[in-house]
Design a protein around this ligand. Structure first.
Ligand code: XBP
Ligand code: MG
Length: 253
């Protein structure tokens, strides 16, 4: 295993319910629109990856005539600035429990690290800088860098390309079905650390599924789940990678 590629929203930090969602609602208010996304409504809206597309689909559904895409773009730019303020203020953004320790453990084990996120670079960079000291991610691919968002594999394929690493020598860490689908479509074995919005999802296609980075009450699932029984560490991820590599006849590197 040469590299681990992390998703951001829901994986490295729980950013959706109290971060992005509230920034969208504040942006609606700034634009004089009456919409406010509840926690429940937002759960369904997350099926559309990418905040701008999520807005466009929602506005079209509200019967907005005229150029919905232009309006979605304007609201999304406002939302992004509001989200950056939330990130920089440190008001609520925390890394998920155990995520910082895992990143540090992987750095110590000399595993190369990357990020592949649908989110916009404008907020991704300050979020990573705030949560992870020392800029441990060698490659950061964001929604600004690709034409197609998750579940399309382009984000992950771009990360592999920029790392110069083959899919068989990498592992992906994700929290959601679209993210898992993107990693699998890119040929990368994917470990799911389920996020609050995705707890009950089946995550078929994941090589292992846990509810958190630390060993918890719920046993890991998946064909390589046993590796993670003691928590998600660098050694545990190597165990996952070796077990799935041997299974598919690859020679683990
Ligand atoms: C999750 C997403 C993003 C965020 C909002 O990304 O789908 O769109 O919900 O961020 P990932 P933007 O799980 O791949 O990190 O508004 O910047 O899109
Ligand atoms: Mg995610």
């Amino acid at each position: 295993m040469e590299a681990v590629i992390f998703d951001v929203d829901g994986t490295l930090a729980e950013t959706e319910r109290d971060g992005h969602r509230l920034a969208f609602n504040q942006a609606f208010e700034r634009h004089g629109l009456p919409y406010r996304w509840s926690e429940e409504e937002y759960a369904g809206l997350l099926a559309t990856t990418g905040g701008r597309g999520r807005l466009a689909g929602y506005l079209a559904g509200q019967g907005h005539d005229g150029d919905v895409d232009t309006l979605a773009g304007a609201i999304h730019r406002t939302k992004t600035e509001l989200f950056v303020e939330w990130v920089v203020s440190g008001a609520g953004v925390q890394a998920r429990d155990g995520a910082v320790e895992l990143v540090e453990d992987l750095v110590a084990a000399r595993v190369r690290l990357a990020v592949a996120t649908t989110g916009r670079r404008r907020w991704v960079e300050p979020l990573l800088d705030r949560l992870f000291a020392g800029r441990p991610f060698e490659v950061v691919v964001t929604g600004d860098d690709v034409k197609k968002l998750k579940p399309d594999p382009e984000l992950y394929a771009t990360a592999l390309d920029r790392l110069g690493v083959a899919a068989a020598s990498a592992l992906a860490i994700e929290d959601s079905p679209p993210g898992l689908a993107a990693a699998v479509a890119a040929g990368i074995a994917c470990v799911v650390v389920a996020s609050e919005y995705n707890r009950g999802e089946p995550f078929s296609g994941a090589v292992a599924v846990v509810q958190g980075y630390r060993s918890g009450v719920e046993p890991p699932r998946g064909r390589a789940g046993a590796c993670l029984a003691g928590g998600v560490t660098a050694a545990a991820l190597r165990c996952v990678h070796t077990s799935v590599s041997v299974a598919v006849g690859e020679v683990p590197r």
